[in-house]
Write a protein that binds this ligand. Sequence first.
Ligand code: SF4
Length: 611
Amino acid sequence: MTTTDTMDTEGTIAQTIRMVESGCEYVRITAPSLKEAENLRNIREGLHKRGIKVPLIADIHFTPNAAELAARIVEKVRVNPGNYADKKKFETIEYTDASYQAEIERIYKRFSPLVKICKENGTAMRIGTNHGSLSDRIMSRYGDTPHGMVESAFEFIRICEDHNFHQLVISMKSSNTQVMVQAYRLLMQRMIEHGRVYPLHLGVTEAGEGEDGRIKSAVGIGTLLMDGIGDTVRVSLTEAPEYEAPVAKYIVDVCTQPEKFQAAAIPDINKPFYHPFEFHRRETIAYQGIGHSQLPRVVAAPQEPIVSESGLEPFGHIFHPIPDKWSMDEQGADWVFQSGSPIPFMLPNGLKAIYPFSLWKYLKTQEESAPLLTTPEEWSEWASAQSATTPFILMTPDNFQSWLDCPAKGIRVLDPGQQHPLYTWRYWISVLDKQGIQDPVLLKLEVHPSHTGMHNLTEEACHQIYASCMSGALFIDGLADGIWAVPGNALHNRISFGILQASRHRMTRTEYISCPSCGRTLFDLMETTAMIRSRTEHLKGVKIGIMGCIVNGPGEMADADYGYVGSGPGIISLYRGQNMVEKAIKTEFAVDKLIDLIREDGRWVEPLSAI
Ligand code: SF4
């Protein structure tokens, strides 16, 4: 989606060309009023003159007249069913069946002209439901749930079908990856029951910037693509729009090329053994603080054996020789795996070690660590020693069946080897469940060096996307209890915690729900996000929405604890949740006011550097 002012014809043309060159196959441009809708004609003509025939999509919120004009000019119109015919008042209204029906009839009248224009002009339409901007009517009946999102789209689908118009694409976006995945799956199911399946456009709204944005997008979009759901993809980053397509393309590559993995065919799971439409954590017994209701854990597996305190630094445990103390950052690993030799110092901050059984059995202080068993024979030996320590059990494609035949209990480390990680893990967990094995599972994920250099992305970005696509679904569906990324290094430690945060399991950093910006944006989103981040990034678990405009922003940051929203040139409004608490603040004072608000709620802590 372009970020230029739609009235800036040349600027929008130039940005569109850059986006096409970066890999965009459709370009969306905001049309907030009639004059911008009219200017889409000039933009389209300018692009055609330069030989660029990329399909254009007009983005509409609140303005049916702009939609009706744009539908005569561009290839597709996106409408938001939450605000096309409704002005959201965030009110709880009680609807009787009759008053609800009267509302539906009102929408029918308001929306039908656009449907007819699209039909006459061969213009496609996206019905783009957004978790944060559901109508008061939908909210009053369904709440802001996946069911509400699906029903919101269906209100508009039914009207289109009544006019025999089927050139539709549907989306169910949210910045909450669990809600987004559940809503798309539910929509798919409802469309199948309904007898007509429309293509789906996938996206995580307001995913943010940099690493967080890429991981969050890959977790949400990747989970659905791996389910076989989705026809077009948009990655919304708070970065220049030409950086979005390469990320989207690599997500699609990772998720749609299972043949790249050397694998014996993984058997089908005919009926999901997990809940596709609601979050439930898999029932397990907790061992060693892993599983059941414990936060998912992160295992560090350094490439080189740890021989001194500094070896733990990439994994969030930092030694300060003066005054001879340890500290831990918010992403301190929970376990560390080491082969070869024992770690020659006492582990800090509750960190524990895992050693190969062949090493562990000779340790003098076995209680502070745990063995990794690789064969049922090792388990027999471990069992005969009657240790009180619960072991980790390494399951691979070669030994999986023999472990099933063994009465071992412990934390299962699932290593799919060269097989497709996601499909292998999911299948193996289904087998464990079928056999009544309630042991917690850790996902052992190897990020191959070959997963780099795609679409001009950096090696780091490729690793972030690959790891998130492969493991995100298991956390979204509550099937996994931790992650063990290989090779273990600072990047993979960060990615592991990032995946747990993006799948909404373990908040270890501040979450920024920042809009990608568009022609409505009232301030420099990237600069402002960077400034807010620099002051607040130590606030673990706090969610801050940074939205470029007040028309759409408050709705789109449904999930945020606090909102920083552009309400006029140089003017900001602050929100606590969905409620505006202060308006008309000059930009230069707005970040301080935001911090005051967080402080008022008792959620502010001083950054370490200030203590
Ligand atoms: S919230 Fe951001 S992306 Fe959405 S309409 Fe407003 S400025 Fe554009």
